[in-house]
Ligand binder design. Structure first.
Ligand SMILES: Nc1ncnc2c1ncn2[C@@H]1O[C@H](COP(=O)(O)OP(=O)(O)OP(=O)(O)O)[C@@H](O)[C@H]1O
Length: 263
């Protein structure tokens, strides 16, 4: 499964996005990440984080600019190529579908299916391996709709891992998770060795997780690079319009941020 898969590099060049009939939501976004990088995208509500992710898994086509996956223009890749190389965990969950946990995780294997199900047992084994990774053993036959928010989130991450992607894109993966599960899931993601792009609302979680960070504000990238250079009180205060204080942690190498409203 993903543990044996290598990451992919991603480059975004001057990407703009305007929805049909709407106004521009993303303005000339440029970023590049190496294979195996963990990119955390932060920014206030409505900054354009989800919209950017949608461009990066080709749910929508940028109005201008381009996206390169391992140097290949997105436009030249087939849908199957994209489905085999990029997995996505987004916020909308298929809550009302009558699927079991196992059904949902097996869906991650669809891009790898061969004709006449010749690799059905391999697909099942990989789906079960992904479920074990996410501590879903014993829940295989549970109906997805009956799970808690946190359990659903773990199932959707297991589905993405079963897909064996080189790039995993997640929109707020720690939503619905308690503190321990948040830390566990980010730790698990960081250990996969693949490239990860995730939005995170919790700046302290983002700082602890990322090898690269980006801050979006009003559809513009205001900083992108090493977390220590990007997640600074100045950048955070300006993007979120709050007072930000960095407290040194005893290891001396990292900070914990606290926030307050501007008076
Ligand atoms: N298809 C669309 N048509 C018009 N406006 C849109 C469309 N999609 C998103 N928007 C608007 O674009 C802005 C950015 O939305 P987006 O969901 O990308 O923000 P976000 O940073 O992910 O926010 P949040 O943190 O609240 O999830 C919002 O104002 C949203 O209403």
């Amino acid at each position: 499964m993903s543990c044996n898969t290598q990451g992919a590099a991603l480059a975004v060049e001057n990407l703009c996005y305007t929805p049909p009939g709407g106004h521009r939501l993303l303005h000339s976004i440029t970023l590049s990440i190496q294979a195996g990088d963990l990119l955390a995208i932060v920014g206030p509500n409505g900054a354009g984080k989800t919209t950017l992710l949608r461009c990066l898994y080709r749910a929508v086509k940028p109005s201008e600019g381009r996206v390169l996956l391992d140097g290949q223009n997105f436009e030249s890749l087939s849908s199957r190529d994209i489905a085999r190389r990029i997995a996505v965990v987004v916020q909308e969950t298929p809550a009302s579908f009558p699927f079991t946990v196992e059904d949902i995780v097996l869906m991650g294997r669809i891009p790898w299916r061969k004709g006449l199900s010749s690799n059905a047992s391999e697909n099942r084994a990989k789906a079960h391996h992904a479920m074990e990774h996410l501590n879903l053993r014993g829940m295989e036959k549970r109906s997805f709709g009956t799970l808690s928010g946190g359990e659903k989130q773990r199932v959707l991450v297991a589905r993405a891992l079963a897909q064996e992607p080189q790039l995993l894109i997640l929109d707020e993966p720690s939503n619905h998770l308690d503190i321990r599960n948040q830390l566990e899931i980010l730790d698990l993601l960081a250990g996969l060795g693949i490239t990860i792009i995730t939005t995170l609302h919790d700046i302290n979680l983002a700082a602890g997780f990322a090898t690269k960070a980006a801050i979006l504000h009003n559809g513009e990238m205001i900083a992108c690079g090493p977390p220590k250079e990007v997640l600074t009180p100045e950048h955070i205060s300006s993007a979120f319009n709050v007072k930000t204080h960095a407290h040194a942690i005893s290891d001396g190498a990292s900070h914990h941020f606290s926030f307050a409203l501007n008076s």
